[in-house]
Design a binder for this molecule. Structure first.
Ligand SMILES: NC(=O)c1ccc[n+]([C@@H]2O[C@H](COP(=O)([O-])OP(=O)(O)OC[C@H]3O[C@@H](n4cnc5c(N)ncnc54)[C@H](O)[C@@H]3O)[C@@H](O)[C@H]2O)c1
Length: 314
């Protein structure tokens, strides 16, 4: 297959491309390196099945880059929810405008399948756990509202132009090349011998997913056939972990003996959803199920960061 991957140099995109290039595919990678790293894709430089375009998807770009693609996987975004209060305009540009531009480019090239990286944050303060795909409620951050707005665009375009658009509502992912989130922040602090100041009480409960399981879910949906032009899928772990226990895992794994201070309240920052526990039954019905535990995700992330401290310091 010929597959375009936006956000190619990011955490998810680069892991996905590593896996796809093991198969019989040609990959068109697209990134502007705003939060991604050249290092993450440099090892494919000589691979004739990998073609890379450095460009900004929120600006005008030549839609021919999608020419003859069987599938477009749109991962590019401003992905770090914590800063969406201070840079909401950038969030709108990189998440909604870029998605609109990608959709237009898909239409121009008669693309038959688009996969989109959304988030389980779109459930906001959910009332039902495990939360099913039908439970979208209130948006608690600009980030999540840009994702649900993008999903609506996907649905409208898919039904108008008759192509399949699947939205993958991910929980937070862990593993190699992870570059934003609490495991990153705390590993960095511990390696610098600084105190750990946890945002919030640490009582928030969340599902996390190993990047290897996330990549398998994406691969499965590349090949999924549906009678609906638009569908959303939760992509998470059926297990959850309290932030406190995640911090404990990090502290024990790195044998940290310093200070750990907890804040107040369930939410760590504006827009933080304190309980994320999606139902993954829909993905399981397709034959996908996470193989890695959340603990393994945390320790694999720490191992990677310890071995790649350039990322911690970039
Ligand atoms: N990482 C997670 O835990 C997580 C959880 C839920 C959803 N998601 C979603 O998954 C996707 C990938 O996330 P990630 O963790 O790999 O983030 P990331 O920041 O590592 O990767 C995003 C990539 O997109 C690129 N990019 C951003 N704006 C661009 C633009 N306008 N033009 C071209 N390239 C652009 C960045 O340079 C970066 O390489 C995002 O859409 C994110 O919202 C991620």
């Amino acid at each position: 297959m010929k597959i375009a991957v936006t956000g190619a140099a990011g955490f998810v995109g680069s892991n996905l491309i590593d896996e796809l290039l093991l198969g019989d595919h040609t990959i068109i990678g697209i990134d502007n390196f705003s939060t991604g790293y050249r290092n993450h894709i440099l090892h494919h430089k000589e691979n004739k099945n990998f073609i890379f375009h450095k460009l900004d998807l929120s600006a005008n770009f030549d839609s021919n880059i999608f020419e003859d693609c069987d599938c477009v996987i749109h991962l590019a975004a401003l992905a770090d929810i914590r800063y969406n209060k201070s840079n909401f305009k950038e969030c709108l540009n990189k998440n909604v405008t870029a998605t609109n531009n990608v959709l237009e480019a898909c239409v121009n090239n008669n693309i038959k399948k688009l996969l989109f990286a959304s988030t389980c944050s779109v459930y906001g303060d959910a009332l039902v756990f495990p939360t099913k795909e039908t439970e979208v409620k209130n948006q608690t951050s600009v980030y999540s509202s840009t994702k649900i707005a993008s999903e609506m665009l996907l649905e409208g375009f898919a039904n108008t132009f008759n192509f399949h658009a699947f939205s993958l509502r991910f929980v937070s992912m862990l593993g190699q090349r992870y570059s934003h989130g609490h495991v990153f922040d705390f590993t960095k602090k511990i390696l610098n011998n600084e105190p750990l100041n946890v945002l919030g009480s640490g009582d928030g409960i969340k599902s996390y997913l190993h990047i290897k399981d996330a990549v398998k879910a994406i691969e499965m949906l590349i090949n999924h056939r549906s009678k609906n032009y638009f569908e959303a899928f939760n992509v998470g772990h059926s297990d959850t972990i309290k932030l406190k226990y995640s911090v404990e895992t990090i502290v024990n794994y790195l044998n940290y003996k310093g200070e750990v201070n907890y804040g107040e309240g369930l939410s760590g920052w504006v827009g933080d959803v304190p309980v994320i526990a999606p139902s993954i039954e829909k993905m399981k019905a397709l034959g996908w199920n996470p193989k890695f535990s959340i603990q393994k995700g945390i320790t694999d992330t720490i191992d990677y960061l310890v071995d790649n401290q350039w990322l911690l310091n970039s």
